[in-house]
Design a protein around this ligand. Structure first.
Ligand code: MLT
Length: 292
């Protein structure tokens, strides 16, 4: 059952007023959240992957902000947002997103989540479905972790604790980018490494525990009633095209796009293709959108 809660009734603790523009900080649920808010029109909210930050969406922001209102968020534990040392949950991240949108007076938006961002969107949809005009689920999956997957998260948290974020970058980069990108695109590898190394250990470990604890969202798929676009890189090994096809089969009228020559971070490896898919989907939904 999906809870249909109006935004005005959501109990959140938000202080400081957010203003429009780049790199804005605001207080949400007792922590500082950093975000950017550019453009006008139908809002599209972008939720990043683990263990990155909102700058992974820079090319989407630049390409789409002349048509849409683009909001990118450093999720709790990442980038310029606070990374408190505490028990993280994906539902809590969904609450942070909802509180921020309340602060920005956004009643409804299209939500794009890549990988962990997609897991958070499932949590968001469970609680706040009425705020979702459309979903873009990129390089993500509905299933919970297997026992082996949970053990892997525990091992990664130990690496973060003992060796720091650069050791996490060593492990993650081959999982996030295709072998061709790793060999031929040092600038992109450097960019991704920089995002990972910019994290605090508390945020990395917090996310790993939150992802290990996340529920199976497979039963939710048949309850998703909003327009949905699924995107996956054809070379994605972390959340492969078979997972994307499974979601497309179980979400009513979902569209599926497979991007050639891209692995897990398909928006970074093939930004033009990714932007085209997002723009086409949002333009279709925008036809029924009126400002104010
Ligand atoms: C991500 O890109 O967010 C992660 O690969 C997700 C995961 O580890 O399951």
């Amino acid at each position: 059952m999906i809870a249909n809660r109006p935004l005005t009734l959501i109990k959140v603790n938000v202080t400081n007023s957010g203003t429009r523009g780049d790199r804005v900080h605001t207080q949400v649920n007792n922590i500082t959240i950093s975000y950017s808010d550019r453009g006008n029109g139908l809002p599209i909210v972008f939720l990043h992957a683990f263990p990155l930050n909102r700058s992974m969406w820079a090319q989407q922001e630049d390409a789409l902000c002349s048509q849409f209102r683009i909001i990118t968020i450093d999720l709790r534990g990442h980038g310029e947002s606070d990374a408190p040392l505490w028990h993280y949950t994906l539902e809590q991240s969904a609450d942070d997103v909802c509180a921020l949108l309340d602060r920005l007076s956004i009643q409804q938006a299209i939500f794009t989540g890549l990988s962990m961002g997609g897991y958070i969107l499932f949590a968001f949809y469970r609680k706040y479905a009425t705020h979702v005009k459309g979903l873009i689920l990129a390089d993500t999956k509905a299933q919970a972790d297997t026992e082996e997957g949970k053990n892997g998260r525990f091992q990664l948290a130990q690496i973060a604790y003992k060796k720091g974020p650069s050791a996490i970058a060593d492990v993650m980069i081959p999982k996030l980018l295709s072998p061709a990108t790793v060999q031929t695109n040092p600038d992109l590898v450097h960019q991704v490494r920089g995002m990972i190394e910019g994290n605090q250990i508390s945020g990395i470990a917090g996310d790993l525990m939150a992802m290990a604890d996340r529920p199976d969202s497979f039963p939710l798929l048949s309850q998703i009633t909003c327009p949905t676009q699924i995107i996956v890189g054809e070379l994605d090994q972390a959340t492969p095209p078979s997972d994307a096809k499974l979601m497309a089969e179980h979400i009513l009228h979902a569209r599926l796009a497979i991007i050639p020559n891209a692995a897990h971070l398909s928006n970074l490896e093939q930004p033009e293709a990714f932007n085209h898919i997002v723009s086409a989907f949002a333009s279709d939904l925008g036809k029924s959108f009126r400002l104010g």
